[in-house]
Design a protein around this ligand. Sequence first.
Ligand code: FA5
Length: 332
Amino acid sequence: MIETLRQTAVEAKARLAEVEDLDELAELDVEFLGKKSAVTLAKRQLGSLDPDERRTAGREVNEIRAEIETAVESARERLAQAARVLRIEAERLDLTEFRGKARRGSLHLVTQSRDRLEDVFVGMGFTVAEGPEVESAWYNFEALNIPEWHPARGSFDTIFVDLGEPEEVMLRSHTSPVQIRTMENQKPPIYIVAPGRTFRTDTADATHLPAFNQIEGLVVDRGITMGDLAGTIDEFVHTFFGGDVKSRLRPSYFPFTEPSAEFDISRADGTWLELGGCGMVHPNVLRNCGIDPDEWQGFAFGFGIDRLAVMRHELDDIRELVNNDVRFLRQF
Ligand code: FA5
């Protein structure tokens, strides 16, 4: 009997070593360890043996049963491990699969220009400042030497926000209010640029947008002259556009600078493109911010970032920047 059982155990171990799924394993479990299995039957037969034989045979039957049980357990463990590997494999997200098929996104043209402008000015020793997009009349106009009666106030085509009394509130029509906020909070020497969104009632056309971007520059220090302003703009233009592009200043008028100028840059066809305004900070503006104009002088400039992107990428129409046509945007 024991001899037959041993052979059964050898067969059981061989078949368990090759079992391939849990159903098959359950069948083998029943076949070799269940109620009708050789081991269970052998155990039952032990009763008919005399006590000495029963003890020896009983020990052997138990050993054989334990061997088969161990084989069943290790088969179960092997299948569980294989199932884990399969599951992990199935759940894996192979992102590399999409390489080449999916296009990587890129920053918008205006954001690229703004980042590059910041880089150039930071490289020249400026820091970057910010201000709110919704402003009071004090910051957008009055502190900038544009009182209520001033005709220049009309030229800014301001979009007002109706919040009722006591204050007149508007979307800022230029980034110049950041000059005031900076001088209120910071003592000279000041060297800042402030890029940001600006808003006017302008109708969109090839060169205008109602919501556009400007970058403001402000320097306040001792002994600052118009020569420093011209030199800074020249240096910026060379760094931003490369060696061939020239800049020039033309006399102009802004209430917050005196003297004031527009500055243009040269195009490849020999013509000039107006980029923005600039000038020496008006003494009234310094005084409005508690800075003594006899001790400190400054220059300021402000120009359009969208127009700069148009120039840099030779676009025909500034509206391309806001149409959000992906066929256009993908080119950059
Ligand atoms: C100003 O806004 C002054 N604050 C600039 C300034 C700052 C002068 C500091 C002196 C000292 P102006 O209105 O010219 O100036 O606008 C400046 C630039 O913003 C323009 O040259 C143009 O490049 C851009 N810009 C103005 N309006 C629009 C618009 N509707 N769409 C796109 N760009 C515009």
